[in-house]
Design a protein around this ligand. Structure first.
Ligand code: 9YW
Length: 409
């Protein structure tokens, strides 16, 4: 296939996964609207259908809660193919949705979509909703100055070793019987394990039992960990929101202040042993034991740190394709098990935005070439083995197609 053929195939994936105003990540495995997937889908659409790009974001924000939270899944219609569905989350919202959020990349991508394809009035209408969501992050997820997650699914990097310290203290033994659906769609050896799922469900059951009361979840919930990836993403997203405010004639003071607060909080997630910013269990103070691709998002937030960059450079050199989600030198590295080692084109794209902002064009070029090679060889899969390039997870994946169009090709 030529790159032109791949462009056409990528567009066909986006339009084929369109369910009317929103795009599913992939048919079968993920049949609803996912939060950060949609923001990337919009970026992809902006290369050939700007109107559809804005619609994607508008539909995402149609699920925004009164609190400002934008949920990680919006269940616009029923589908038995995914677990846990709305009957498990029981958030009571219209449209039905999950009770947690996902990485706030929408402002970063909305700004790039606007720069590429225009749409000032659509952006203007979205602005207060973005601001309300960022305020929710500030009020309900920033603890001791850093962005935290109350569930590994909230991080978007489900079974990453980043969450091992917090997961160890979650009791999953009382969740009762349930039927997973994911392992019916893809290879179980590449998915999170049963013990992981028991704990994921225990956290959902806690949220449900307290009526998704955020103060209770923060104070007494089973899991609270600082996430370096979301901290960096939120710093960048707040600055981009401030830039959007400037363009729209709005006051940028709030998002700028929120970005500065997060930057001030960064020493709290500096792990001296690893010489990197790192996930940290806020309940016990314990750091994660290996460096994840979350650390590689530092440049996205304009954070330059020589010691960490040397570490990240060594990690990159240990694989052939892209930034691995976990350090191959770590005993927790598993090259095909979801977020415990594989490389994710969508994360590579986000890292590349940071490299580009920092003027690191040679590294950005390398990352683009390695990511493009995976897609040329293997197709538009969800993620890849970073050592031999084997395509893994769901096929015809929306965000892989989107980043091909917007960045990798
Ligand atoms: C799940 C849809 C989502 C992504 C997440 C990814 C996975 C859902 O799929 O989570 O049930 O495990 O980890 O980042 O948004 O693509």
């Amino acid at each position: 296939m030529t790159d032109d053929d791949l462009d056409a195939a990528a567009r066909a994936i986006l339009t084929g996964n369109d369910r009317g105003g929103y795009t599913i990540p992939t048919a079968g495995l993920y049949p609803f609207q996912w939060n950060w997937d949609s923001a990337f889908a919009a970026w992809g659409f902006s290369t050939f259908d700007p109107d559809r790009a804005w619609t994607e974001l508008e539909t995402l924000f149609s699920g925004q809660w009164g609190t400002g939270m934008v949920p990680h899944i919006i269940f616009h219609r029923d589908d038995e193919g995914y677990f846990p569905g709305p009957d498990v989350w029981r958030t009571g919202t219209t449209p039905p949705s999950s009770g947690i959020s996902q990485p706030p990349v929408a402002a970063i991508l909305a700004r790039m979509i606007h720069a590429r394809a225009g749409g000032t009035e659509r952006l203007r209408a979205l602005y207060p909703r973005l601001l309300a969501w960022h305020r929710w992050w500030r009020d309900w997820r920033c603890v001791e100055g850093v962005a935290c997650v109350t569930h590994p699914w909230e991080s978007g990097r489900d079974n990453c070793p980043d969450w091992d310290p917090g997961m160890a203290n979650v009791d999953g033994s009382q969740v009762g019987p349930y039927q997973r659906r994911d392992t019916g769609h893809v290879d179980a050896s590449m998915r999170p394990g049963k013990e992981d799922y028991d704990r994921y469900l225990a956290m959902v059951q806690f949220g449900r039992a307290c009526g998704w009361d955020q103060a209770t979840i923060l104070k007494d919930g089973p899991f609270l960990m600082a996430d370096p990836a979301i901290t960096f993403i939120l710093i960048r997203a707040n600055r981009d929101l401030a830039a959007i405010a400037g363009e729209l004639g709005e006051d940028p003071a709030e998002p700028l202040a929120w970005a500065a607060e997060l930057e001030d909080g960064l020493p709290g997630i500096w792990n001296d042993d690893l010489q990197a910013y790192c996930a940290r269990d806020m309940q016990t103070g314990t750091f994660a034991r290996s460096i994840s691709s979350g650390a590689a998002l530092g440049l996205l937030a304009g954070i330059e740190n020589r010691a960490m960059e040397e570490k990240l450079g060594a990690i990159w050199d240990r694989v052939r394709y892209g930034i691995p989600s976990n350090d191959p030198a770590s005993d927790s590295f598993d090259p095909r098990r979801y977020w415990r080692g594989p490389t994710w084109p969508v994360v590579n794209a986000l890292i590349a935005v940071g490299l580009n902002s920092a003027g690191r064009t040679a590294e950005e070029h390398r990352l683009r070439e390695e990511t493009a090679a995976l897609i040329r060889q293997g197709g538009f899969f969800e993620y890849f083995d970073p050592i031999d390039g084997t395509a893994c997870g769901g096929d015809r994946f929306t965000w892989t197609a989107a980043i091909w169009l917007a960045w990798a090709s």
